[in-house]
Design a protein around this ligand. Structure first.
Ligand code: AKB
Length: 317
């Protein structure tokens, strides 16, 4: 039986991933690591063990790995793209110094490690349409710089020390549970909250700006199924392109309007978010993930929108 530590378990992905892993491996086998400034919800706290784990502190990680005989670490500690631009040194400290702490412990205690990358690892020079798995990665944001470094360092630990590191490049993740904070793709979550609350949505991203997005259930499935994949089939490791839908603001707005005909949106473009979005791909080619570990998403814009509106309406009423 696997014992799993989730670092960053109270964040947007971590909070749902921890619950999904508990369903799969048993509550007692999945430890929710959190920092005191982002404490767990009651659901997370009561459904299984939790421990304070600051990724920048090696001893804290080590104590938990030893105490629970951890053999897999999901490392989700990171600052998202917009926040990372205002705190670049902190973004590096958490993303890269923290990653080294995790990988060194993984090397000595034989843990597998999942540290996600992102569409943010690409840059203006990357081919933007059907971005290939192996291509130019020259991001200009600190978020992107840490993500490319994460990919390289994770591959380094696999090649040099045999640490079982695996990752995907997440697109913008859309969820009806924990809201994101400080990302460029956050608008695609915020728009649903405005629609359900009956408020006008002010869109920070320009009409026509395409970005890859994914519904949370597919993102969770991607992380877990890659970690369970047969290693002999993996040609790539850090990190796989995965894709399920790509849209611009006017397209998601039109889809929501099918359910909420009175919903209104106007544009007030945020220059920082727009410049980051312009440097990211329009759509990713995820052929390698499909071939090497049978990746296949379940949701598209239509089915995600229906589910988001139903779930949020039930919760916010
Ligand atoms: C962000 O917008 O920063 C993230 C991402 C795509 O990595 N959601």
């Amino acid at each position: 039986m696997k014992n799993i530590l989730v670092i960053g378990s109270t964040g947007q992905i971590g909070s749902e991933l921890t619950m999904e892993l508990r369903k799969r491996y048993g509550n007692e086998h999945v430890i929710a690591g959190y920092i005191p400034s982002a404490p767990p919800t009651d659901v997370l706290m009561e459904s299984g063990p939790s421990e304070v784990v600051d990724i920048t502190c090696t001893d804290m990680i080590l104590d938990v790995v030893k105490k629970y005989h951890i053999d897999a670490i999901y490392n989700l500690a990171a600052l998202l793209s917009v926040v990372a631009e205002s705190k670049p040194q902190l973004a590096w400290h958490i993303g890269i110094d923290g990653l080294f702490n995790v990988l060194e412990i993984a090397r000595h205690y034989n843990c597998s490690v999942f540290t996600p990358s992102s569409i943010g690892s690409f840059g203006l020079d990357t081919p933007h349409v059907k971005t290939p798995q192996d291509t130019i990665q020259r991001p200009r944001t600190m978020y992107g710089v840490t993500k490319v470094t994460t990919e390289l360092v994770s591959d380094y630990y696999y090649n040099k020390y045999g640490v079982d590191t695996r990752a995907v490049r997440f697109p913008g993740i859309i969820s009806n549970v924990t809201p994101p904070g400080g990302g460029t793709t956050d608008y695609a979550v915020d728009i649903y909250y405005s629609a359900v609350k009956g408020e006008e949505f002010v869109c920070p991203i320009k009409e026509g700006t395409l970005m890859d997005m994914m519904y949370m259930p597919d993102a969770l499935h991607a992380a877990i199924s890659l970690m369970e994949a047969d290693p002999s089939r993996l040609v790539h490791r850090n990190a796989f392109n995965i894709a399920s839908m790509s849209f611009a603001p006017e397209t998601i707005y039109a889809e929501i309007k099918k359910h909420k005909p009175d919903f209104k949106m106007r544009y007030e473009v945020d220059p920082l978010k727009q410049s980051i979005a312009d440097s990211w791909p329009d759509s990713l080619d995820d052929t390698c993930a499909r071939n090497e570990w049978d990746w296949k998403p379940q949701y598209n814009l239509e089915t995600m929108t229906k589910d988001m509106l139903e779930k949020l309406s039930a919760r916010l009423k």
